[in-house]
Each structure stands twice: as C-alpha cells, then as structure tokens.
Design a protein around this ligand. Structure first.
Ligand code: MC0
Length: 145
C-alpha cells in the first residue's frame, strides 16, 4: 500500500533562510518551489534521493502565507520543526479507504492538490501517535480534485 517516504515536512518562518541552511550544511538543493493557496503555504522541495519505485524522497520546507493556515497555527503553538511525514502510494483513494478501515481519521474526504499536482490526503495526528501523516500519490498517476 505504501512504497516509500515521499517527504518530511518542516515548518519554518523564513523559507529562504531555511533553504540556505539545508544547502550550506547538507548540500541539498531546491528541486521545486511553489505556492499552494489552498493549504496556505509557500513550499520548497529539496531532493534527498531517488527510490527503487522511481520516485524521489524530499525534505519539504513550509512557510505560511496566511495567519490562519495550519502551518501558521503550528508555528504559533509549537515553533519551527518537523510538521508532518508523508508516505507515497500509487493509489491515494484506495490507501485512504484502507487507513480509514483501520480506524484512522482521514481529514480529506476527497484527495486535494499537493506539490507539483500530486494528490494528497492528511490523517489526524491524534490517531497516528501524535504524528500528522500525509498520503501522497505522485503527480503522473494523480487525479486531484
Ligand atoms: C496540530 N496538532 C499536531 C499538528 N498540528 N500534532 C502533530 N503534528 C502537527 N502538525 C495537534 C495539536 O497540537 C492539537 O493537540 C491538535 O492536533 C489539534 O490541533 P489545533 O492546533 O487545535 O488545530 P486544528 O484541530 O484546527 O487542526 C489540526 C489539523 C490541521 C492537524 C487537523 O492542521 C490539518 O487539517 N492539517 C492538514 C493540512 C495541513 O497541515 N496543511 C499544511 C501542509 P492538543 O493535544 O493540543 O489538542 S500542506 C502540504 O504539506 C502540501 C502542500 C503538500 O505536502 O503537498
């Protein structure tokens, strides 16, 4: 059902400064950058490695663009740091149904648009041991609403 870690999301107040840290210390470069209005973030994907199923694993930097967005709320209450982990799947709808069947609340009734046109669904952190978890179907296979 899940084939890889797609990305780890990091909440930050200053995306450019945080990206500069990852470049200087680890040598990770920005592979993609965009604004996701629906999620209220400016985000950058730093490619860490490719995986055996052909999809990459990334560090995702998230800077809020609105004070009422989930990432802004997270920064206010917890400060900068790891915001979520995202698992890759070839079928986000099927994976959501399986996870729901296992008793985990899926926050998105229908998949939403994620990075680069991927299809995503979030799981409630309270049902996942305190970890906000995201399911990701890669862009080429995605049909986000
Ligand atoms: C909140 N909580 C978290 C958390 N955010 N726990 C772990 N990790 C997080 N990131 C905890 C709070 O501490 C609180 O626990 C409880 O969940 C309720 O939080 P709240 O602050 O009262 O906020 P809610 O309930 O309004 O919203 C929390 C919820 C929300 C996770 C449902 O943030 C959400 O729907 N997130 C999914 C969307 C999202 O995060 N988008 C931004 C990334 P206590 O113990 O105090 O009750 S978008 C993205 O990443 C896209 C672009 C992509 O990957 O492509």
């Amino acid at each position: 059902m899940f084939t890889r870690i797609d990305h780890i999301g990091i909440a930050c107040r200053d995306l450019d400064a945080t990206a500069a840290f990852y470049r200087r210390v680890y040598g990770f470069e920005i592979a993609h950058e965009e604004v996701n209005e629906e999620q209220g973030v400016r985000e950058a994907m730093l490619e860490v490695n490719g995986t055996s199923d052909g999809h990459r694993t990334c560090i995702q930097l998230l800077e809020p663009i609105r004070a009422d967005s989930p990432v802004a709320k997270f920064l206010d209450s917890r400060g900068e740091g790891v915001h979520h982990i995202a698992f890759g799947t070839p079928d986000v709808r099927g994976a959501s149904a399986d996870v729901r069947e296992a008793g985990v609340r899926v926050l998105d009734a229908e998949p939403r648009r994620g990075t680069s046109g991927s299809a995503i669904a979030f799981l409630h952190p309270k049902d996942c041991g305190g970890v906000l978890t995201e399911l990701v179907q890669a862009p080429e296979a995605a049909d986000p609403t």
